[in-house]
Structure formats: structure tokens, C-alpha cells
Design a protein around this ligand. Structure first.
Ligand SMILES: [Zn+2]
Length: 440
């Protein structure tokens, strides 16, 4: 298990194993190699000229029938989900997955061989911080076939999954946080299962040459056929969770959120991954500190100071970047080592006090309120703060993007705002603030 969950990890050394490819039935050997920070997971086709690599990213997903296939140009890698699930869940952010075929070994149809391989290769921390995707508001995707995935905000990565076969046979439910230890114990060994009606035509066309009861459970009506007995009474839902993890790994970031999945499949999983990647791209565009907008659509420091009575050292907003709507705006504060609070908080270890971040949120929210009320003759008093969370330290040199959204206003006197401070794409603090207005 990774001792430092905030840092990126790779494998300590190269390790490999050999097995059978599901679709071609041929022998394939797979090796995991260490890779530098920010490299991500890449597949390398050692059997092709120039040994091309394919990034395990959602943009590279080509097909999602029965398994997930990724590709770049004409090069393809099939059935990537089990090895990706194992790497992601076992905390490996960066690695090269080298293969001498177009598909990893199917093993026993579970992710267990990959967990064993990762442990053989060992897991080692790198110096760069990990990238997270924080779920901020509920999102969902669904398919015509009845699959539904809902993603909810959460401090941890959790999956609650319901699986049901035809006529709701083998209906199973499991809800769990995903950590390396839990994955290894509860999820990794769950094997692929297929319905006889679905695989029979494939067997006839000879499209799954490597498929056998040694690497899949076949369900035929009420009967469960496999070489060994079920490993868990609810093995099917556990394998569904495994596949959700493998497909969401294509987002390329650690997810802090709760996935609620009903009858998930590769198509809907990939759709959710695509949505997350798109949302992440928008967030990154908003918080690129190299191009902080000025002028149009926001307030410069002068305009901010006309509204806010605060002055040095208590002015916690440099500029309002945009008013996204009547009720939403984003301010920015560049934190320098010259901030007076760093002298005492703490000597030799400067960290911006959390209360100053709450103050910054309150100032941005009150600018929003003043703009809405179109008056500066009243002053907003900060009454309460709920759900305050400090997630990460803010250090000298950081640029804080302060997001405020008005969620409720009662009459002329009371207002509520949901606020968050974001540094380098990650939420560092958040709170729900309540204000009252008094005449100046
Ligand atoms: Zn699977």
C-alpha cells in the first residue's frame, strides 16, 4: 500500500509474466516497467516495428464491446481494463505495460495475476504530487440498455454497484471504498462472467480462441459453469466494480467521489470517464495561472477596493476574474512570502492559515452580493460558516482561485454562498457561508 497517498507512484523494478490472449488464443508475455512522474500508464507493443506506445487515456478508446480497446493511429491494444484496474487500485500512477501481442494475458479472468505482478515489481513513491479529480457536483450517464452511473462528491473513492442478469437473476449489490488493501482482498480475484447466449455466437465464429472455463464463469439460465467454484457468493458484482475501476483509470487522475453504478458496462463506464476528462479540461483552462484575464468581465484591484472596505493586510482578493452568471464568480489571490501572516504561521514552515482562506471566500462572496444588490450603501456581515474543510496546505507562491456561488438569498437581508479555494486544479478549502446585510 502506498504510504504517501498524495504522491505519485511507479513500480520499483521490471517484472513480467506470460499467459494466453483471450481473443487470439496465442501466447503473450507482459512486462511492467518503471516510468517517470507525470508519465501515466502507457502500453508498448514490442511485437511491432519501432515498438509504438499507446497512452491509456480516454481519448484513445476505440471500442467498448465486451472489453475496452484503446489505440493510436493503426495500433491497437485490446482488453486493457483488468491490468489498468490493478495498476490504478494498487496505487501505480506511472508505468509502461510492455506486451508482445495486441492483448494482455487473460490469466484467470480476474485482476489477481496483475496484483501479484505489481507486488513482485514493488510500488515506489515519486516526488511529484498526485493529480486528483474532485467531484464537485453530481454527474450521471446512462444507456438505453438500462445502465446508469451516478458520481457524487466524496472525500474518498467509493463504488456502490448493483448488478442483475436477465430477468434480474443473480441480482447482487456491493458498496465499498476502494483502497489498495480492499481491492486486493475484495475485488481483484473476482473473475469475468459471461452469459452463454452472448458467447455462443462468438465461439462459433472462433472470436474468443483463448476463452475457456479457466478464465471465465459462464452463466446459462440458472446454472453457473466454471472450473473452480465461485470465489465470492457475489463474484459478479465484484467483477463489475473491477471493470468500473479499470475504465475510470483512463481519466488519468485519482478520483475523489462516490460512483453509484447500476448494471454498469464498458460503454457507460467509458462515457463517464469521457465526461470527467472533459470537465477536468474545463477546470484546467480556468485555473491556468499563466493567463489570468484582466479587464473585461471582471473587476481589477481598484474596483475591488471600491466595493470592499478591507485594506492591507486584510484584503484577500487581488482581482475578480469573471462573473460566470448573476450568482457565480471567480476571484484570484496570489499568495506571496510577504504576507504578514507567514511571519508567525509558522516560522520556518510558512502555511497560509485556513481562516484567511475563509476570509478570502467571504470577500469574494460579498463582491458577488454587492453586484447583485447594485448598491454599496450596505455592508455584508459574515454570520456563519458550515462544512468548512481544509484539504491541502496553501504555500507562498500559490495562486488561489476563489470560486463563490450564491445558493440562497432570503429577502434583502440574508444570503448563503458555496465557496471553494482552488490551487493547481485541486480544492484546497471549501465552505458554505452565510451573510447578513446592514446599512453602512
Ligand atoms: Zn472484466
Amino acid at each position: 500500500m502506498a504510504a504517501t497517498p498524495e504522491l505519485q507512484h511507479t513500480v520499483g523494478k521490471t517484472a513480467g509474466f506470460t499467459g494466453t490472449a483471450l481473443h487470439t488464443g496465442e501466447k503473450v508475455s507482459l512486462k511492467l516497467h518503471p516510468a517517470p512522474a507525470d508519465h501515466g500508464i502507457k502500453f508498448r507493443r514490442k511485437d511491432l516495428q519501432d515498438e509504438p506506445t499507446i497512452d491509456a487515456r480516454i481519448d484513445n478508446v476505440k471500442t467498448v464491446e465486451r472489453a475496452t480497446t484503446i489505440g493510436e493511429g493503426t495500433v491497437r491494444v485490446h482488453t486493457v481494463e483488468h491490468v489498468l484496474a490493478a495498476l490504478w487500485a494498487m496505487d501505480v500512477d506511472n508505468a509502461i505495460v510492455e506486451m508482445d501481442a495486441n492483448e494482455p494475458p487473460i490469466g484467470d479472468g480476474s485482476a489477481q495475476p496483475y496484483v501479484d505482478l505489481i507486488k513482485k515489481a514493488t510500488i515506489t513513491a515519486q516526488e511529484e504530487p498526485r493529480k486528483f479529480f474532485d467531484v464537485r457536483e453530481p454527474m450521471h450517464v446512462e444507456s438505453k440498455t438500462g445502465a446508469l452511473l451516478v458520481l457524487l462528491p466524496d472525500d474518498k473513492f467509493r463504488i456502490s454497484c448493483t448488478q442483475a442478469g436477465p430477468n434480474n437473476r443473480f441480482a447482487q449489490y456491493l458498496s465499498t471504498e476502494i483502497t489498495p488493501a480492499i481491492f486486493e482482498r475484495e475485488i481483484a480475484a473476482a473473475r469475468t462472467f459471461v452469459h452463454y447466449e452472448d458467447v455462443q455466437p462468438l465461439m462459433e465464429k472462433n472470436l474468443i480462441k483463448g476463452g475457456s472455463l479457466e478464465n471465465a464463469i459462464v452463466v446459462r439460465g440458472e446454472a453457473v459453469l466454471s472450473k473452480e467454484p465461485l470465489r465470492f457468493a457475489d463474484e459478479f458484482v465484484r467483477h463489475k466494480i473491477l471493470d468500473v475501476i479499470g475504465d475510470l483509470a483512463l481519466v488519468g487522475r485519482r478520483i475523489r467521489g462516490h460512483v453509484v453504478a447500476l448494471k454498469p458496462g464498458h460503454a457507460v463506464n467509458a462515457e463517464l470517464a469521457r465526461r470527467l476528462a472533459r470537465e477536468q479540461a474545463q477546470r484546467s483552462a480556468l485555473s491556468v495561472s499563466r493567463a489570468i484575464p484582466r479587464g473585461d468581465g471582471g473587476f481589477d484591484t481598484d474596483e475591488v477596493m471600491q466595493i470592499l472596505p478591507h485594506r492591507f493586510p486584510f484584503l484577500m482578493v487581488d482581482r475578480i476574474l469573471t462573473f460566470e452568471s448573476e450568482t457565480k464568480c471567480v476571484g484570484v489571490k496570489t499568495v506571496t512570502i510577504n504576507e504578514p501572516f507567514f511571519q508567525g504561521h509558522f516560522p520556518g514552515h510558512p502555511v497560509m492559515p485556513g481562516v484567511m482562506q475563509v476570509e478570502a471566500m467571504a470577500q469574494v462572496a460579498s463582491i458577488l452580493l454587492f453586484k447583485l444588490a447594485k448598491t454599496t450603501s450596505r455592508i455584508g456581515y459574515f454570520m456563519s460558516a458550515d462544512g468548512v474543510k481544509f484539504r491541502k496546505p496553501v504555500l507562498p507562491g500559490d495562486t488561489i482561485f476563489i470560486h463563490a456561488e450564491l445558493t440562497k438569498s432570503r429577502g434583502e437581508r440574508l444570503a448563503k454562498a458555496r465557496c471553494r479555494c482552488v490551487v493547481n486544479d485541486a480544492i484546497v478549502s471549501e465552505a458554505e457561508l452565510m451573510f447578513t446585510f446592514l446599512d453602512k
